[in-house]
Design a protein around this ligand. Structure first.
Ligand SMILES: [Mg+2]
Length: 415
C-alpha cells in the first residue's frame, strides 16, 4: 500500500537563452519555458511527478480540488486515480496531466520503468528534430543542414504564411536542398489555431488539398494538423485524398473516446496524442494499441517540457512504434534549447546523433534536480492530512467535516 500523503504544486519558469517565437502563437516572443509541476508523496516515502504547460497562474486554485480528492487514496491504483481525475474535471478544466505522476510512483514502487509496466522493452528511439519557428527557405535550409550534421535524419518544418505558395516554396526548396538525406514532415498548426497576439493564416479544405498535392510532388513524409482538430469529416476526407500521410491529434483532450472514434473513421494516418493533454498514460496507451489494430501509426507529440517529453517517450517505447516511427524532439536553438527544456531534470534527455536509449530508471525515467527546482520553481500549493483537516473545518465547519470523514472512511474500508 502507498497512500497519498502530500500533494504539492509548483509553477516553474526556466529562462530561455534567447527569445523563441513559436509558430503556434504568432507574434509572441517566448522568454521562458513555463509549466506547472505536481509532486505527489506517499506515506511510504515515494515521490511521483508530472507536469503540464502553463501560460500563467491559471491553475492557482487547482490544489483546493486536488488535495481533498486525492489525499489518503491508494497512489498505485491507476483506475481509481483516473476516476478522481474525471471527477475533478466536472468542476472545470481537464486535469489528465497529473495522472502520469501516479505511474511514476507505481514504477518506482515496482523498480521498473513505466514502459515495462505496459509490456514494452528498453530500446533505441530515433528522434526527429522538431523546429518551432517560422522561417523563410534560406534560413530553413541552414537550420535543417545543422540538424543533419548533428545526426538527425528526420526533421519537421513549420508553415505559417498567408500566401500558400510561400509555404510550398519553403518545403520544396528545403526538400530539394536536402535530397534523400533527410525525411521531412511539416506542421501547419491548424489543429488549435491561436490569434491572441498576431494574426494566423486560416486553412480550409481547398488550401489543404493544394498543399498536400505540392508536398506529394516534393516527397514529404507527413503533413501535421492541416485542419482544425475536431473537423472530423474534413480530416477523413483529406486523409483519403492526400498521397502524403496526414497526422494530428496532439490536443484532442476528450482522450480515448474521441481518438478511438477518429481511428475508426480514419481521420488521420498518424496519431500524435500527447498524454499530457489527451487524458494521461492509461488512455493514451490504449489509443496507441488501437492504432496498431487498425493498421495506423502512432508517434506522440512531445513539445511541452522535459517531463512531458519523458512521459511520451515512455509511451513510445511501450507501444512498439519506436521501431517504425521517429519521436518528436523539441529543439530550436538559439531559444528553445535542451538545457532550458529539461532544466529541472538531473540528467537532460540529450540526443546521441539523433536518437536516444530509453531510460532505465524506474518510473518515468528522470530525477528532479532539487536545486534547479528551488531556483526556478515557486510552490503555490501544499496539502497533507493535517492541512486537509484544517481546510475542511474552515470551509465546512466541524460537524460536516466529521460526517464527510466518516463516509470517506467507510467507503475506503469497503473497497
Ligand atoms: Mg504539432
Amino acid at each position: 500500500m502507498s497512500k497519498i500523503a502530500r500533494i504539492e504544486l509548483y509553477h516553474v519558469a526556466l529562462p530561455l537563452p534567447a527569445p523563441f517565437y513559436p509558430s503556434w502563437i504568432p507574434g509572441l516572443p517566448q522568454t521562458e519555458n513555463r509549466f506547472d509541476l505536481i509532486k505527489v508523496t506517499t506515506d511510504d516515502g515515494i515521490t511521483g511527478y508530472s507536469a503540464c504547460t502553463a501560460m500563467g497562474r491559471e491553475r492557482a486554485g487547482l490544489g483546493e480540488v486536488l488535495g481533498p480528492y486525492l489525499l489518503g487514496e491508494e497512489a498505485t491504483d491507476i483506475d481509481l486515480i483516473n476516476q478522481r481525475v474525471r471527477e475533478v474535471g466536472y468542476v472545470g478544466q481537464r486535469q489528465g496531466w497529473i495522472e502520469p505522476a501516479f505511474w511514476d510512483i507505481l514504477g518506482k514502487k515496482q523498480g521498473k520503468p513505466v514502459y515495462e509496466l505496459l509490456g514494452g522493452k528498453a530500446c533505441k528511439v530515433d528522434l526527429y528534430a522538431s523546429t518551432g519557428e517560422v522561417k523563410g527557405p534560406e534560413e530553413r535550409i541552414e537550420e535543417v543542414q545543422a540538424r543533419y550534421e548533428e545526426g538527425f535524419r528526420t526533421v519537421k518544418l513549420r508553415v505559417h504564411d498567408f500566401d500558400p505558395d510561400m509555404d510550398i516554396r519553403q518545403v520544396t526548396e528545403t526538400a530539394k536542398a536536402m535530397g534523400d538525406k533527410m525525411a521531412i514532415g511539416v506542421d501547419a498548426n491548424q489543429g488549435w489555431r491561436v490569434t491572441v497576439v498576431g494574426a494566423a493564416p486560416l486553412w480550409d479544405m481547398q488550401r489543404a488539398k493544394y498543399f498536400a498535392d505540392a508536398c506529394a510532388d516534393a516527397g514529404l513524409a507527413w503533413i501535421e494538423e492541416p485542419l482544425p482538430m475536431d473537423a472530423y469529416d474534413d480530416l477523413a476526407e483529406l486523409t483519403a485524398y492526400s498521397k502524403v500521410p496526414i497526422s494530428g491529434g496532439e490536443l484532442n483532450s476528450s482522450g480515448l473516446p474521441e481518438l478511438a472514434m477518429m481511428i475508426k473513421r480514419h481521420c488521420l494516418d498518424i496519431f500524435q496524442p500527447d498524454a499530457c493533454f489527451t487524458g494521461g498514460i492509461a488512455q493514451t496507451f490504449k489509443v496507441a494499441q488501437l492504432c496498431k489494430e487498425h493498421g495506423l501509426l502512432y508517434s506522440p507529440h512531445t513539445w511541452t517540457n522535459g517531463i512531458g517529453f519523458a512521459i511520451n517517450l515512455q509511451l513510445m517505447a511501450a507501444s512498439g512504434f519506436a521501431e517504425k516511427k521517429a519521436l518528436e524532439y523539441p529543439y530550436a536553438p538559439p531559444g528553445w534549447v535542451i538545457e532550458a527544456r529539461d532544466g529541472i531534470l538531473e540528467t537532460p534527455f540529450t540526443h546521441q546523433s539523433g536518437s536516444l536509449q530509453t531510460p532505465t530508471l524506474p518510473g518515468l525515467g528522470f530525477n528532479i534536480n532539487e536545486k534547479a527546482l528551488k531556483k526556478y520553481g515557486r510552490r503555490f500549493f501544499v496539502m497533507d492530512k493535517k492541512r486537509l483537516v484544517w481546510y475542511s473545518i474552515k470551509n465546512r465547519g466541524i460537524k460536516v467535516s466529521l460526517e464527510v470523514d466518516k463516509a470517506r472512511k467507510k467507503r475506503m474500508d469497503q473497497s
